[in-house]
Every structure is written in C-alpha cells, then in structure tokens.
Design a protein around this ligand. Structure first.
Ligand code: SF4
Ligand SMILES: [Zn+2]
Ligand SMILES: [Zn+2]
Length: 316
C-alpha cells in the first residue's frame, strides 16, 4: 500500500469515498474524530450522563466501549458501564461473553450480564427450531426481547442513556428493509438519538457509530488490539432479507463508493419527514398492562411475543 496522505508513514487503509490513504495513527484518529463529531452534532451525551453500553463481545460494541471509555477519561462527569444480554446461543454467545469479559477487565469497566433463560425461562437456541417451523424468524423474537431487557436493566442500574454499536452497514440495511416493509414507525425512529419515544421508563438510546462502515470498525478494533469474537450468530442466515440487503449494498458500494453514506444521510432526512407527518399524539407511550414497561399498545410487543412463544412451545 502507498504512504499515508497525511504523513510519511505506511498506509494501512484506503478510504475510497475520500480518496485518502491512512496510516494506523491517522486512521484511528479519523474514526475517533468522526464519532466525536456525531456525539457533538446530535447531542448524544451530556455531562452527568451515566451510559450503559450494550456489549456483545463483537468488534462493534468492543470499539464503542473502548472509544467511550477513552472519551470519558477526559470528562469525569460521564460515567460508563457495560451491559450484556445472553440470548442463549452457546456456540456464538459463549465465546463472545469471554471476549467481553477480557475487554472490561482490560478497561476496568463494570459489566452486568443478563440472560434470556433467567429472565424469560427459555433461550433462543431452545425456541429457534420451533419458531422456524412456524414460518417465523428467531431474530424477530430475539431483537424485541433483547431491547426490552436492555431498557429495563439499564434503567434499573441508573443509566441515563443506552449506547448501542450499530454501524453504517447495520443502519443502511435497516433503512432499506424498513422502506421495503413500509414500516413507518421504524423509518421515523432512525436517528443517532432516539427521539420519538418519551417516557420516564424509557432510557434514550444513542448510536454513536452510525456513520462508520463495518470494515472500518473492524480495522479500528484490530489496530487497537481489542479482544472480540468474530463469529456470526447461526440464526442470522435465516434472516434472508437482511443477508441479501447486506450483499446488495456491498455490491453497490464497490461500484460506487460513498453510496452507504449517501443512503444514511438521506435515510435520516426521510426519518425526519416521516416523524413530522405521523401524529404520535394519537398513540401515546403508556405502561404495558402485563410487565409495566413503556409501550405504544396496552400489551407491549415483548409480552405479546412471550405469549406467542409459550403457545408455540406447548404445541410443538
Ligand atoms: S442474528 Fe438474530 S437470533 Fe442471532 S443474536 Fe442476532 S437477533 Fe438474535
Ligand atoms: Zn499518517
Ligand atoms: Zn409487557
């Protein structure tokens, strides 16, 4: 590879949409600068915030925790801790929990682990096959239940913000998928700081990495020698719309670099327009009549899905 565009060192990365080469030092600096800019521009963090970082043991959340820890060292008014949800997919989750433990030890950060088994009485591994047989996808259950658990536990631990490590690839995939499905609420939710749900029991979610492509997050984690687990969840392959959208966007990006950034920027604009046109006053956030967690309907989605799972398991 050529020399860095900003110094005399050897480059480790070529950012095609900018036409710049980066050495290790300037690459790491450029990622941190971009993330700081996102935090500043979208007001993601305020002094006095206690941030729960959703850690998975993968490269994205490892990088996010490392960066937020680094930034908060200069700002004693910000507190960070990590929270990990074990969905119970042993071949994938067990090694990633070990990596997460290594990372928090290295950074001297508190880690809280919660499991589906303890909280809900089943694991995704246990319900996976039965759910697939019914023509449903385990991710539909896993994602909703994980968000429910993260919000509840982050709040109980005193967090004022919940930071998740979705990167540019994750977010652009979601934008396309939400448009395909015509899911207006999810389209409206697209933002670095969750803004359409306001309830004392809802911990606002922040997504500081949404402008960083997946391959750059991976390189950031590697250059900083962060411990992380690289395997993918075995259930991901059944989510064919996400997998195909992922491939499609990568193909587009190869042919015309910068397309994901453009889609992200326009996805945020679209979200703003949809937010303005949807009347949320007809659908206020209330407390679920079963679990008491914030919900747009009388019974929250997590409780509805838990009921569905019970029925699926008893009929299988
Ligand atoms: S890929 Fe699906 S099942 Fe696996 S951890 Fe993610 S959401 Fe859960
Ligand atoms: Zn350089
Ligand atoms: Zn509920």
């Amino acid at each position: 590879m050529s020399k860095c565009s900003f110094c005399e060192r050897e480059a480790v990365y070529y950012r095609a949409n900018e036409g710049n080469y980066y050495c290790k030092y300037h690459f790491v600096k450029s990622i941190e600068k971009k993330v700081k800019k996102t935090i500043r521009e979208y007001n993601l963090i305020k002094p006095g915030d206690k941030i729960a970082v959703a850690l998975s043991g993968g490269k994205d959340s490892a990088s996010l925790l490392y960066m937020l820890h680094k930034f908060s060292k200069d700002n004693p008014k910000i507190e960070i801790f990590a929270i990990l949800v074990d969905e119970g997919i042993p071949e994938h989750r067990d090694p990633s929990i070990e990596k997460a433990k290594e990372l928090v030890k290295m950074l001297d950060i508190e880690l809280h682990i919660f499991s589906f088994k303890e909280e809900f009485g089943f694991t995704i591994q246990e319900i996976g096959k039965a759910v697939l047989k019914k023509g449903k996808h385990p991710c539909e259950y896993c994602g909703v239940l994980r968000r429910w658990l993260l919000n509840k536990k982050a709040r109980e631990l005193g967090a004022t913000k919940l930071a998740t490590a979705f990167n540019l690839d994750d977010e652009t995939e979601s934008i396309i998928m939400n448009v395909i499905k015509g899911d207006m609420i999810r389209i409206a939710r697209e933002a670095p700081l969750s803004s359409i749900i306001s309830h004392p029991k809802f911990v606002p979610r922040i997504k500081p990495l949404i402008f960083i492509p997946e391959e750059e997050v991976r390189l950031y984690a590697d250059l900083n020698k962060l411990p992380y687990e690289g395997s993918r969840c075995p259930f991901r392959k059944y989510n064919s719309l996400r997998v195909e959208t992922h491939e499609y966007l990568n193909g587009l990006e190869k042919k015309s670099s910068g397309i994901k950034h453009m889609l992200m920027k326009n996805g945020l604009k679209l979200a703003e327009i949809v937010r303005k046109s949807l009347d949320f006053s007809n659908n206020p956030i209330r407390e679920c009549s079963i679990c008491g967690e914030p919900s747009t309907s009388r019974i929250c989605k997590a409780c509805q899905l838990r009921k569905e799972i019970k029925e699926i398991l008893s009929s299988s």
